[in-house]
Ligand binder design. Structure first.
Ligand code: SAH
Length: 265
């Protein structure tokens, strides 16, 4: 009786394990970096920040852990990452072992909304997942709670490379509305309005965008071959058909992306 009740409870818990929408776990399953950044850009960012050995870094929405793992290897940082994708956080742990840094980085599977570190960190990051704090301002407020005085906040965020002439063009970029993002000068100014100084930035380039977007196509193709009868097969097939042209016409032309390093005034 009790065993049955326990079993039922554990099945229920299993069913309610948090995760991101399955489509992202499919299309980005082979990505190490879930952003228009390349390994070189993360290395450039680490150098730009002049990371010292022993620096403590918190990363909300850490994906497959590439930033923390390579920084642990190259700059000897300590890192904690939180990500809601079971697949990506599992991949992050494997990557840490592969790079021999499993003793320096920790990956937690869970919702990072409201996450505050027990011990204050030197660098608090959210790189391409600012919906976690309800937008850039809310995410900065959340990261502040884990940050030591004088620490650095990293925000990875899209911006308009050129302003879409119509709302339809914004929709083509898979953005709800033109007003959802700013141009680069406006974005930089907005940090100032939140009483932060922008002390560094590294911007993605088109090569990085191509790596992020085009890598999804081969992943989708292979997934379709392996999962022809899956309930999402029709959607993934449609996406694979439309994505290359949509990306080239809209996102590639109109969207920029960068990581901004901020310090409180
Ligand atoms: N920073 C990583 C991943 C960016 S993609 C990189 O640069 O590679 C956005 C990430 O946010 C995904 O890994 C997704 O699983 C994660 N995510 C989405 N909602 C989340 C939430 N509420 N809490 C934690 N992670 C979340």
């Amino acid at each position: 009786m009790q065993a049955a009740a326990t079993l039922k409870l554990s099945i229920q818990q299993e069913a309610f394990v948090v995760d991101i929408p399955r489509i992202f776990n499919i299309t980005e399953s082979a990505h190490r970096i879930h952003n228009p950044f390349t390994p070189e850009k993360f290395a450039a960012l680490g150098r730009a920040l002049r990371l010292e050995p022993g620096t403590r870094v918190l990363d909300l929405g850490s994906g497959s852990g590439e930033m923390l793992c390579t920084w642990a290897r190259d700059f000897k940082i300590f890192g904690t990452g939180i990500d809601m994708s079971q697949l990506f956080s599992g991949q992050a742990k494997l990557r840490a072992e592969e790079l021999g840094v499993a003793d320096r980085v920790e990956f937690i599977h869970g919702d990072a909304a409201g996450y505050v570190a027990d011990e204050k960190v030197d660098v608090a990051a959210c790189v391409g997942a600012t919906w976690i704090g309800g937008g850039v301002a809310g995410t900065i407020e959340l990261l502040e709670k884990s940050l030591r005085t004088g620490g650095v906040i990293l925000i990875g965020e899209p911006y308009w490379l050129q302003l879409p002439p119509t709302e339809d063009v914004a929709k083509g970029c898979q953005v709800g509305s033109i007003s959802d993002y700013l141009t680069l000068p406006e974005l930089l100014a907005s940090f100032g309005e939140m009483d932060y100084e922008v002390v560094e930035m590294v911007l993605a380039d088109r090569e990085g965008w191509d790596r992020y977007e085009a890598a999804k196509w081969l992943t989708m193709r292979r997934w379709l071959e392996a999962n022809p009868d899956d309930e999402l097969a029709k959607d993934v097939r449609a996406k694979l058909t439309s994505e290359p042209e949509r990306y080239a016409r809209y996102t590639r032309e109109y969207m920029g992306w960068g990581v901004f390093a901020l310090m409180a005034r």
